[in-house]
Design a protein around this ligand. Sequence first.
Ligand SMILES: *Cc1c(COP(=O)(O)O)cnc(C)c1O
Length: 360
Amino acid sequence: MTQVYNFSAGPAVLPRDVLLQAQQELLDWHGSGMSVMEMSHRGKEFMSIIHEAETDLRQLMGIPANYKVLFLQGGALSQFAMVPLNLLGDKKSIDVVNTGHWSKLAIKEARKFAEVNIVASSEDRQYTYVPDPASWRTSPDAAYLHYVSNETIGGVQFPYIPDSTVPLVCDMSSDILSRAVDVSRFGLIFAGAQKNIGPSGLTLVIVREDLLGQLPAHMPTMYDYRVHADADSMYNTPPTYAIYIAGLVFKWLKQQGGVPGMASRNEEKAGLLYHAIDSSQGFYHCPVETPFRSRMNVPFRLGSPELEAAFLAEAEQRNLLQLKGHRSVGGMRASIYNAMPLEGVKTLASFMVDFARRHG
Ligand SMILES: *Cc1c(COP(=O)(O)O)cnc(C)c1O
């Protein structure tokens, strides 16, 4: 099999050991004679899979007992509606920090259900930084404060968890499990699975119990957190195979030293790429201001569209794949989630140095 390094922003690379184990267990999970895909979600085999996945996730993230873990579907985008629907209660407005693409989409969707107060925006400098919390115009009556811990397209990451007097809601789709977070600071965390957890479709919600149960009665049952929480994510058929793969990823993470182990490796990986950019004497350029540079998604530009096209073509010849930036911003983007091996990042960094020498 060709060894490639896949820098896709999502769906993204999965740990090779996880895929190998899934392959070995594909036809016969643990002597059951069944594939996980063929099992009843209410049978004892699958119940043990989802239970272990939740237990491992709780351990990895240190999730307190008064938080529910929900394994849902519909992607992060359906959370852009579910969160306001469930958390608005008798409030009228929500607060949102606008740091880029995924903030903007969340704002647009939330406006269907609530008054949206944009407490701060980094649009003035093309979403290349996180506005200083001291300048945020928050409102004490907001139902919650929403922010995106890592803007996957812009490559802008919060270096801290902001303080909030109202429940804090975080779209952690692209950096969940990549660094330690104190879950007790949040009211709700959600994440689409396809960046750092597993196959697309699965959507994780971690929610403080006292925030459940405020959905207006005429709303769709499937959009009610309380319904899913009361049914242990089994109100309807959950995405069973995706949950199984996520469970394998959680076990793999534990073997890698858990979240702290991952965090230090992520620092090292990102450091290699930012060093290649910053030491290139302007050949490469990262638009993001240094304190907010993402450890997960590293965007960079070259001097001309021709040079960028040549870079992508040569990279692909060397099996460094999916480095093209998002269509809305262009340029390059290397996504280096937990499952991207250090070796892959080293290979990319040395290719960057070599390419700059030949084309600089
Ligand atoms: C990828 C991504 C989304 C969109 O997720 P879907 O699962 O496609 O709905 C939302 N927010 C962030 C931060 C993302 O990285």
